[in-house]
Design a protein around this ligand. Structure first.
Ligand code: MSP
Length: 519
């Protein structure tokens, strides 16, 4: 059977400083998706890297008294190290200074130019180097960039324009044909409205500095950093064996760079005759103790600091658990520690150590699942018409909710439809819920459902009084459940999940060391 392919990317980060929690967030999310698809047996390609060119980097390098190349070369190991510490397993780390990438950008520029979509002209307007973006006067607030709140630079220079205006209609058609391209849904309409309003041609070259890819048809100009950067996603798939991965399945990005990815990017690709990606998912932003992350005000948390709070797995867990992926979230050390203690140590850690201890003492007796899980319930989960919750007695229950009619009145019908005490009968439903949530990028819901099952298992130990040692079949059920939990948690907390798997697949299961020490 041909394997399904899955290609996921992160933005390529500006290497002007060490990576912080915002960069870590997208990269962890991409790693979770890559691992999840790998665990399903898919052929996965996970790309991350750095955006080395442009004015912002040139200026930072100058300030540091280094050439831009040396400056970025010195920072790249910091990114690679941070990802290693966070257990990020990417397949390629691309830099826009990589030769293969530069060659592809030149080829594409030439193609788009030959087609007549690039023309020379004069640009008059504003530029924010922090965003590496062009602004009109009306976009600015008191002459300042609305994002960085710094004074925008006034530009009046010779440039080459990309005929973005020509792609207004094709883009609107593209969004219509691909309704899931701009995700989550709540960001979609705003972008479409702006595209409908007006699309001006875009300046895609700069002539007053040289840190970039020279235009193949006019060497006095270097390519605009965003044109160069966006193509990294494509050029990485031009290597031998990687061609099949294009178009990308999903670009994960932060909401501030949605416009570049949802408008410029498909327009460039349509012009170059290349298929656009399947989806762009924009996540929310983290604040730190309710304040905007800002280096100058000391409100920043880098990867080492993040890990030092409660370890790698707790950091990964917290970021994906504490806020829905498309929404903003607030980071605080206290909140992370609370989840580490309350969820990872008390719930997961307790279950694992308690059950391992009981098995070490009493052993297990093999048993099978005797409870049938109906097809219509599977369908309900797949359609998002089912929910997982404990009932009044404390054990898990799937309630179906669907629109039905009673006495001619159409309303939401809720019915408790799956009830079983036996942990072993939950393995299939839980896995289905997690699949459903991950297919929809709802990391928080996936984790939440896994933890509802962990609660159920802890409850089961209690009601069955397993410490009395009379019920070895139940211990077998719990062993199988813990192995499934480890499998489902592996994309999120790989190190701990691997330890659990090893512990519970051993011939002789032993209590072992504590997984999450309370802080
Ligand atoms: N180089 C461009 C991306 C080019 S992709 C073809 C860039 N780099 S960046 O280093 O400035 O930012 C990268 C990412 O970090 C963005 O997706 C941005 O949303 C994210 N974050 C920066 N601060 C953030 C938070 N406080 N919270 C969450 N993500 C944030 O833009």
């Amino acid at each position: 059977m041909v394997k399904k392919k899955f290609y996921v990317t992160t933005p390529i980060y500006y290497p002007n400083d060490v990576p912080h929690i915002g960069h870590a967030y997208t990269t962890i999310a991409a790693d979770v998706l890559a691992r999840w698809h790998k665990s399903k047996g898919d052929d996965v390609f996970f790309l991350t890297g750095t955006d080395d060119h442009g004015k912002k980097i040139a200026q930072a390098a100058e300030k540091a008294g280094k050439t831009p190349k040396k400056f970025t070369d010195d920072l790249i190991p910091k990114f690679k190290n941070a990802w290693k510490k966070l257990n990020i397993e990417y397949d390629r780390f691309i830099r826009t200074t990589d030769k293969d990438h530069e060659e592809w950008v030149k080829k594409i520029l030439k193609k788009v130019y030959d087609k007549g979509d690039i023309y020379p002209g004069k640009y008059e307007g504003f530029y924010c180097t922090g965003c590496e973006a062009y602004y009109t006067e009306k976009d600015l607030v008191d002459g300042k960039c609305p994002i960085h709140k710094t004074k925008a630079e006034k530009l009046k220079e010779e440039t080459y324009f990309f005929k973005l205006s020509k792609y207004q209609k094709p883009l609107l058609e593209f969004y219509k044909k691909n309704p899931d391209f701009i995700s989550p849904k709540k960001r979609k309409q705003e972008i479409i409205n702006r595209v409908k309003e007006e699309l001006r041609d875009l300046s895609i070259s700069r002539a007053n500095f040289d840190w970039g890819i020279p235009l193949p048809f006019d060497k006095k100009h270097v390519c605009y950093v965003w044109f160069d950067a966006l193509f990294n996603y494509y050029s990485a798939t031009r290597q031998k064996g990687k061609e099949k991965f294009w178009p990308a399945d999903v670009h994960l990005i932060g909401k501030d760079i949605s416009w570049f990815h949802c408008v410029y990017w498909p327009a460039f690709l349509i012009s170059a005759g290349i298929k656009p990606p399947k989806k762009v998912f924009s996540h929310g932003w983290w604040t730190f103790d309710k304040e905007k992350i800002s280096k100058s005000r000391g409100k920043v948390i880098n990867v080492d600091e993040l890990i030092s709070i409660a370890g790698v797995d707790s950091a990964r867990y917290f970021l994906l658990r504490a806020a829905p992926f498309g929404d903003d979230g607030d980071f605080s050390k206290e909140a992370l520690i609370k989840r580490h203690n309350g969820e990872l140590a008390n719930k997961l850690g307790n279950l694992v150590s308690r059950v391992a201890g009981l098995i070490e003492k009493f052993g297990v007796e093999k048993t099978e699942n005797k409870i049938r899980f109906e097809e219509r319930l599977k369908k309900a989960i797949e359609k998002g018409e089912a929910e997982l919750n404990p009932n009044e007695e404390g054990h898990l229950c799937i309630s179906r909710s669907y629109r039905g009619s009673r006495k001619g009145k159409v309303s939401e019908v809720r019915a408790g439809t799956f009830l079983s005490e036996h942990p072993i009968s939950w393995l299939e439903p839980i896995s289905l819920f997690v699949k459903k949530h991950l297919d929809e990028y709802q990391f928080d819901k996936a984790l939440n459902d896994i933890f509802k099952f962990i609660d159920h298992c802890n409850w089961y130990v209690q009601v069955r009084k397993l410490w009395e040692g009379k019920d070895k079949k139940s211990l077998f059920e719990l062993k199988e459940s813990i192995l499934t939990i480890a499998e489902l948690l592996w994309p999120f907390i790989p190190e701990s999940a691997e330890k659990i798997k090893k512990q519970f697949s051993a011939k002789k299961i032993k209590k072992g060391e504590i997984l999450f020490k309370k802080i």
